[in-house]
Design a protein around this ligand. Structure first.
Ligand code: GDP
Ligand code: MG
Length: 326
């Protein structure tokens, strides 16, 4: 493999499902170097017409609920059915912590060795916005390379759910049994973005509790207004460990896809997401331009000190900086 690939090499390699080139293209996308960014944009523009056919599923839930194990199990089921599966992750903390996903990758032992699967850890570009952007672009690359199911794991905390929800067709939330007493707490927010809920670890002694939790969640959901007449959020139980119920979750995903395709909502969701994507690109670029402006860079520390000392009001300082960065 030559050391430097031209944009054309990248595009052709990805379209011919060349695994190594696909991986290198994603590495290029994750690079922060301006010349890499420019090249990546050219490549993505060429690949976008070849993307868009995959089923895009976000997988969320609190740490330890079994997301990675679930993805390994579902992924294996799918590759055995003949699907090409790409697994991505959005974990903005991975740049700080060195990445929990490294452990995940070793855990997805079988799937990562399968020729029809492609596993890519979270980009570690720092901000959630940056990570989300890279993941969107990576999704284009994977789809253009012929992967037809995208499974996007998100760390079950903070804003990363919302970011992932804005790039997938369907949001699957894994839950644990025995958390029924704080249903109205933290999980209410997550119930609002869930399209399917699966109570995981429904195995061994836990089966009865999982069934009870399923009832609790169904009750909680019945009190919420459905977002669309096309779909009421189903609650399933499964075990990522024994594979029980995993196929049911997949059938549910297919059912959702069929209904949302027929109603036109899938196309609508994706159009809306494209607009979101455009908006966040513009916002990111404006920010970058501002903070990379030499005059802004030069005056920034002085303004920070002045505001800290109370010598200048934050509003005046901001105005001054913004007028430089124009
Ligand atoms: N009993 C049982 N354990 C599970 C199941 N799924 C995952 N686990 C275990 O739960 C722990 C956390 O799983 P992991 O997939 O890393 O969770 P994540 O943090 O959500 O990605 C691991 O020790 C898994 O072996 C399941 O369905 N049943
Ligand atoms: Mg995990």
């Amino acid at each position: 493999m030559p050391k430097n690939l031209t944009p054309q090499d990248h595009v052709e390699g990805v379209l011919s499902h060349n695994r190594q080139v696909t991986a290198r293209t994603i590495t290029l996308i994750e690079s922060a170097l301006p010349e890499h960014r420019r090249m990546a944009q050219t490549i993505i523009n060429d690949l976008i017409p070849h993307a868009g056919k995959a089923i895009r599923v976000g997988v969320s839930g609190v740490p330890g609920v079994g997301k990675s194990t679930f993805i390994e199990s579902l992924g294996m089921l799918l590759v055995e059915k003949g699907y090409q599966v790409a697994v991505l992750a959005v974990d903005p903390s991975s740049s700080r912590s060195g990445g929990s996903i490294l452990g995940d990758k070793t855990r997805m032992e079988k799937l990562s060795l399968h020729p029809n699967a492609f596993i890519r850890p979270s980009p570690s570009s720092g901000t959630l916005g940056g990570v989300a952007q890279r993941t969107r672009e990576t999704m284009v690359v994977c789809e253009a390379a012929g992967y037809d199911v995208m499974l996007v794991e998100t760390v079950g905390v903070g804003q990363s759910e919302t970011a992932v929800a804005s790039m997938v067709d369907l949001f699957l939330v894994l839950m644990l049994a025995g958390a029924g007493d704080d249903l109205q707490g933290i999980k209410k927010g997550i119930l609002e973005i869930a399209d399917i809920i699966a109570i995981n670890k429904a195995d061994g002694d836990n089966i009865e509790r999982a069934k009870a939790a399923k009832k609790d969640y169904e009750t909680a959901l019945s009190l919420m207004n459905p977002e669309t007449p096309t779909w009421s959020v189903p609650v399933l139980t499964c075990s990522a460990m024994t594979m029980d119920g995993i196929e049911d979750v997949w059938n549910c995903i297919l059912d959702h896809r069929e209904k949302f395709t027929a109603s036109g909502e899938l196309a609508e969701i994706r159009r809306r997401q494209d607009v979101d994507w455009m908006r966040s690109l513009v916002e990111q670029e404006l920010k970058d331009r501002f903070f990379n402006n030499p005059q802004v860079k030069q005056r920034w520390p002085e303004m920070v000190r002045a505001v800290e000392k109370g010598n200048i009001s934050p509003t005046i300082a901001a105005e001054t900086l913004l007028s430089l960065g124009r």
